[in-house]
Design a protein around this ligand. Sequence first.
Ligand SMILES: [Fe+2]
Length: 340
Amino acid sequence: MVRLSELISGEGAPDGDEPPERKSEPANFPREPGLLSREARDGQSLAQQLYRDTVSVMEGILACAGRGDSIDASALVGLLDKMSNRVLLESSELARLALVNHEGDQPAVHAVNVAILAMMIGDELGKPKTKIVQLGAAGLLADASLAPLGDITSCARALTDSERELVQKHPLEARVVLSQVSGMDAGDLLPMIEQHHERCDGSGYPRQLRAAMVSEDAQIVGLADVYEALTHARPHRDKALPFAAMKDITGSMREMFAPGLLRALISRMAIYPAGSHVELSTGEVARVYEVNRDQPLNPVVDVVLDRDHRRVEQIMRVDLRTRPSLYIRGPIRESDIEAE
Ligand SMILES: [Fe+2]
């Protein structure tokens, strides 16, 4: 088992298929976030650094793809290796970073978020580390073939028929982009990327494949892509709460993906994922700090607003598993918190 401290110091070996150790929480711990253990703080800052570095590398890669230049993806290999470490992948911080709003929410940010979510689903399914790294790489590069289309994909107006046709060809254009990638074994990614918009019910594109014709790996990347898109704002629409996104995916979209993959997404991201906001039964508002995998409806939360919705002087951390009388009434939008 590779510990975070080893990962941070670069001494960690690949963690193979060994199941992760799970730390037990103290029974009842209102705890001030500033008093987090050094290991937890190190894990958070490592996740944040990895996130920033990967976005930065992807900005360069997408710029090259946009110009039709050759792409040196060697920097991604080390980043994906670190990010795919189970201790880090199962920490709340990477999930939180993949869900919160980042300035601009540019294509590079979307790519990194999809990669993190695809790796998390793969980890939840018990995939080996080599496969998890591949899922991450496919998530990062799935939309690189959109880069030459410029602003088409980010404009607020409806696309014309010819523009939509161009966009829907991007999985097929992946072959050209991947042939220009060096420093990474990109050939293995092609089947996943070519099919990442295909859906089991035949509603996807470009080939309207059905059921088993859509590979499981491609479905994982596609599911990560859909969940990421729903939980982030686009020029023509607001973002959905993670709770509502999960409802959509398991409701109207449930025929699009294999049931086992939907279960893995729900299990890993939970209804109230890390970083989302909730109203408690006391009327207080809290931010989810960590999902309790054994009780997803009772996460560890930081109480940030009192019952009159005023900011609290000292943030209180509560493990809802240990407080049966305290429960979550429902999710709250981040914008409602900011308005307080
Ligand atoms: Fe795509």
